[in-house]
Design a binder for this molecule. Structure first.
Ligand code: LR7
Ligand code: MN
Length: 565
């Protein structure tokens, strides 16, 4: 009896010890793996690393790797893939990790971006009418300070953004580039950022400012402007590539008329493939929720080649890319410092500039590519909707009675606290600005009041939505039945607005051919249920359904064939 008890206790303690050892071992292994992932993806590769992002190397290696795998798996003949797609081919777990963490943190394919490297050629998307000869010694252009704010930007993408500016701006007008780091907290940006920038760029007129706390893009831009010494400020997002002679049309415009804000055409860089493509010529408007929207040019604007030179007056601007005289930017009231993080500042500065006797114009011979993401990969520190509050401030300062339309559209804003706007109201009085009715009549006559939208105008809503451009193509429909049973992968979940609730888990249920068991496969390897929800992996090893984000990564699936099942 005594002996048996002893044995039992002994085996229990052996069991406990082995469990603890196992946990420690797994944790160490995980830590090691994790660290190697960090080394692989988050810091730039060293010179003797074969992963050095040289498109030539990567391209050749990837053709070999990819097509071998594809052939084996699909039994198809070698498919010729475009170079950019090749740069996204996953060769090993590190590649997969870089891509997946990239989609999560940046909402674009960071693997492709890494493999493109710090510089690439892009198609010259300008119309043939745009002048190509470089500015000569006879033309005196003002100097530029480029201001680029960023929060947790992907490092290679940031480097390429800066590098495109250095390489494609005449050196004698590029006074400086000011980087404002908005208190980024991604490890990849913490340790090596400055040395990497220095090593990759070899540029000594790069100023780096780091905010002491997260301020948001609005106050960050103000900080950048205060540090700038160039005659013209050019604000750019941190995931862009400027095109040939992008700067000249903008600075010429600002030089000619210092109360003009000059805006380039925003070309598209795909977040999935990094393909660079030309944008149509459109202007900026807004809706009564004060969201920016693209609108067509007035009918008959583009009749002959010469017309493609622009400029085109625009009621609002998207906000990320523009040139402005530094003195004028100060005079007109910079930005509203009371606005936080993201959103609304572009509509506010648009109202303000027009109402206070300035103008905003698009110069189509200036082209800047921007990565149009399908979701914003960050939030405000307190998780609040900063756009709504920022827009509310703008509405109270600039819109007079028209603000009622915004409040009707955004009812929840009505009782929201929007802080102190007295300094902005005082600015409006000091600059003797026009009222909002003037703006509506003279700057945006196509804008209709709610309820009056029957009249057809050139500015049809939603003419151009780069981030919604993808049509989903279904290539297969099936049920997923567990071998040897009559159980099928299903989602058993309550319905919200007629659709199965997001985040619901996958379960096994008797096969019934009902809507919650029929899966559609797309040509991008997503598996869709209910036309809206995608099979998504989350956590370490779990799956559920979630809104299709169209960015692959955790929603991309591959069939593997198992001969024995
Ligand atoms: O807290 C923040 N701190 C920052 O420094 C949040 C953002 N940022 C940086 C960020 O890293 C990026 O470089 O600010 C820049 C703009 O943020 P994005 O890229 O997340 O914004 P966006 O491109 O989705 O949004 C557009 O509207 C914004 C409204 O606040 C800004 O005006 C963006 O500059 C603007 N971008 C463009 O106009 C490019 C064309 C897109 C369109 C339409
Ligand atoms: Mn952006």
């Amino acid at each position: 009896m005594l002996r048996r008890c002893f044995l039992r206790r002994c085996s229990l303690s052996i069991l406990i010890t082995s469990v603890i050892t196992f946990i420690i071992f797994t944790a160490c292994l995980y830590h090691y793996e994790y660290k190697s992932m960090v080394d692989a993806g988050w810091n730039l590769p060293s010179a003797n690393d074969t992963r050095t992002p040289n498109p030539q190397y990567s391209f050749a290696a990837r053709v070999k790797e990819c097509c071998k795998g594809e052939q084996q798996e699909k039994g198809e003949t070698q498919e010729v893939m475009e170079p950019l797609k090749m740069l996204g081919v996953i060769r090993d777990r590190k590649d997969k990790y870089i891509r997946d963490i990239g989609f999560k943190n940046h909402a674009f394919n960071a693997l492709i971006s890494n493999n493109i490297g710090p510089y690439r050629e892009i198609p010259d998307t300008r119309h043939k009418i745009c002048p190509r000869e470089p500015t000569g010694p006879n033309e005196i252009l003002p100097t530029i300070s480029v201001i680029m704010c960023f929060y947790n930007e992907h490092k290679m993408t940031l480097i390429r953004s800066i590098n495109s500016v250095i390489k494609r701006t005449p050196a004698h007008i590029l006074k400086e580039i000011i980087l404002v780091d908005d208190f980024s907290d991604l490890p990849e940006l913490e340790f090596h950022l400055l040395s990497d920038l220095h090593a990759q760029l070899h540029y000594d007129r790069l100023q780096y400012i780091r905010n002491e706390k997260r301020e948001g893009l609005i106050r960050s831009r103000i900080a950048g402007a205060h540090a700038a010494e160039g005659e013209v400020l050019v604000f750019l997002d941190s995931h862009i590539e400027v095109n040939q002679q992008w700067a000249e049309p903008l600075v010429r415009a600002v030089k000619q008329e210092n109360s003009t804000i000059a805006v380039p055409v925003m070309d598209l860089i795909s977040p999935d493939t990094f393909e660079y493509s030309s944008s149509p010529l459109v202007r900026g408007g807004f809706n009564w929720g004060l969201h920016y929207k693209w609108i067509t040019l007035p009918k008959g604007t583009l009749k002959k080649d010469e017309d493609f030179k622009g400029p085109f007056k625009t009621p609002t601007m998207a906000g990320g890319l523009f040139a402005v005289n530094r003195q004028y930017f100060k005079y007109i009231g910079e930005y509203d410092e009371g606005m936080d993080i993201w959103g609304g500042e572009n509509i506010e500065i648009s109202f303000r500039v027009w109402q206070c006797h300035g103008s905003i114009k698009i110069y189509p011979c200036s082209r800047v590519g921007h990565i149009f993401r399908k979701r914003r990969p960050y939030s405000a520190p307190d998780g609040k909707d900063t756009m709504k509050r920022n827009s509310l401030r703008a509405a109270h300062v600039w819109m007079d009675d028209y603000k009622e339309y915004f409040l009707k559209e955004t009812n929840s804003a009505r009782d929201m606290d929007y802080g102190d706007i007295s300094a902005r109201v005082e600015l409006r009085q000091r600059l003797k600005c026009h009222d909002f009715a003037w703006y509506m009549k003279n700057v945006y006559p196509e804008m209709q009041l709610p309820g009056q939208e029957t009249k057809k105008t050139a500015s049809a809503a939603g003419v151009y939505q780069p981030w919604h451009s993808r049509k989903r193509n279904y290539i297969a429909t099936y049920m997923m039945r567990l071998t040897g049973t009559n159980l099928c992968a299903s989602v058993v979940a309550p319905k919200v607005k007629g659709f199965l609730k997001k985040g619901s888990p996958i379960m096994l249920q008797t096969c019934m051919r009902t809507r919650n068991q029929i899966w559609y496969e797309t040509d991008k390897a997503e598996i869709v249920l209910d036309k809206l929800l995608c099979l998504e992996s989350y956590g370490d090893a779990q799956v559920h359904i979630n809104k299709c984000h169209e960015m692959l990564g955790d929603q991309q699936w591959r069939h593997t064939r198992n001969e024995h099942s």
